[in-house]
Write a protein that binds this ligand. Structure first.
Ligand code: HAM
Length: 359
């Protein structure tokens, strides 16, 4: 006899059950409505890709690629990975389908699961869901950055996400950033002994990520480090200043955060995150930024890009915790038949009501 065994969802994954699944559908539909009003259209890239696509775009030295991807050898010996994010796939698709020949910017959104082998906790899962949007084209006008942020905040407002804050920064371009990173590296080497093991390692691999550190002991030291705003080239400074004008024009409140560097390598200039209250340490409900070099890095024509991804798990949690969840329609009619003689009528009435769209 085979042994009786109960299966459970794998650590870091979960079932989204009714009634929560209705809230998920409503949130995703609200995103579709808002994005389509800004003329974005849906793209559905595959859930797994060549491992190298992520290594090249997100960056081989990042935590995501180095430690968190679900990578496996396919039967033909090629290495494939479950997508940890979708910007790389969107850019791959943009190049593969020659979308640069289409008139205007490509404005694309996606909704679906992503996979990262992180330590699970509240708001952090190994299979989680993102709603993302990307703009690809020839212009890097700050008005595009601002419009993308406007769209994101319109969605959050419509969905009732309580107490969010937009943090923005500019991390420069391939001209000015390397010089700043080198300066940062030199300064960090001087204080290496005072840093924790992770930060010490990052001095070599990616000094910018030291600015991300949440270690209490490192905070006062990090505050004394050189800031990128003082080292941007004239064009990047101008771009950031125009972005802030464009945000003001749209009445969008923001906080400048010089330590917002993001954990993916493809960013240039604008970076941003939206945090929400009540989520504990995993309080970023959305992250994004500009990635003007990525299309070329993946073999396409020089193209500008900007986008974001919302963490749906966290957004939904924030809607629920803020008490803002909408009351979604439930069952409208309940039919009870009183005897065997009325049963046929009950079956027919139920069917007719459903045909008319009544639940
Ligand atoms: P990201 O900051 O890595 O950016 O992820 C975006 C959002 O996904 C985060 O702010 C968070 O809400 C959610 N998220 C990330 N990891 C987890 C997890 N383990 N569990 C739950 N939620 C999570 C990107 O993925 C970029 N592709 C965004 C982007 C698009 N940049 C330009 N275009």
């Amino acid at each position: 006899m085979t042994e009786k065994r109960q299966f459970r969802a794998i650590k870091g994954t979960r079932d989204i059950l009714p009634p929560d699944s209705a809230l998920w559908n409503w949130f995703e539909q609200t995103a579709r409505d808002v994005f389509e009003s800004y003329n974005f259209r849906e793209i559905r890239p595959p859930i797994f890709e060549e491992t190298d696509l992520f290594a090249r775009s997100v960056g081989a030295d990042t935590d995501i690629v180095g430690k968190e991807m679900y990578t496996f050898q396919d039967r033909d010996d090629s290495s494939v990975s479950l997508r940890p994010e979708a910007t790389a796939s969107v850019v791959r698709a943009y190049i593969e389908h020659g979308m640069h020949t289409l008139p205007g910017n490509a404005k694309l959104y996606y909704i679906g699961p992503m996979f990262r082998r992180e330590r699970p906790q509240k708001g952090r899962y190994r299979q989680f869901y993102q709603i993302g949007a990307e703009v690809l084209g020839q212009s890097d006008a700050p008005a595009i950055d601002a419009e993308v942020l406007e769209m994101l905040l319109v969605l959050f407002k419509r969905a009732g996400l309580a107490l969010t804050m937009l943090h923005v920064n500019s991390i420069g371009c391939k001209e000015c950033r390397p010089k700043y990173v080198e300066l940062l590296r030199q300064e960090l080497l001087e204080v290496k002994d005072k840093l924790g093991a992770d930060s010490q390692r990052r001095i070599d691999t990616n000094p910018l990520r030291v600015l991300d550190s949440k270690l209490p002991d490192e905070q006062s030291l990090i505050e004394t480090l050189p800031r990128i705003a003082d080292h941007l080239c004239a064009e990047c400074r101008q771009h950031f200043s125009e972005l802030k004008d464009e945000l003001n024009l749209r009445g969008i409140a923001y906080e400048e955060n010089w330590r917002l560097v993001r954990g993916l390598d493809y960013y240039t200039r604008t970076t941003f995150e939206v945090t929400a209250e009540g989520l504990g340490s995993q309080n970023a409900v959305c992250g994004g930024g500009r990635y003007d070099g990525l299309v070329e890095l993946l073999g396409g024509h020089p193209t500008k890009g900007i986008g974001f991804a919302i963490g749906s798990d966290r957004a939904i949690l924030s809607i629920q915790e803020g008490g803002q969840a909408p009351k979604l329609p439930g069952l409208a009619v309940f039919i009870a038949w009183m005897s065997a003689a009325t049963y046929p009528a009950a079956v027919q009435i139920a069917r007719k009501l459903r045909e008319c769209g009544v639940s």
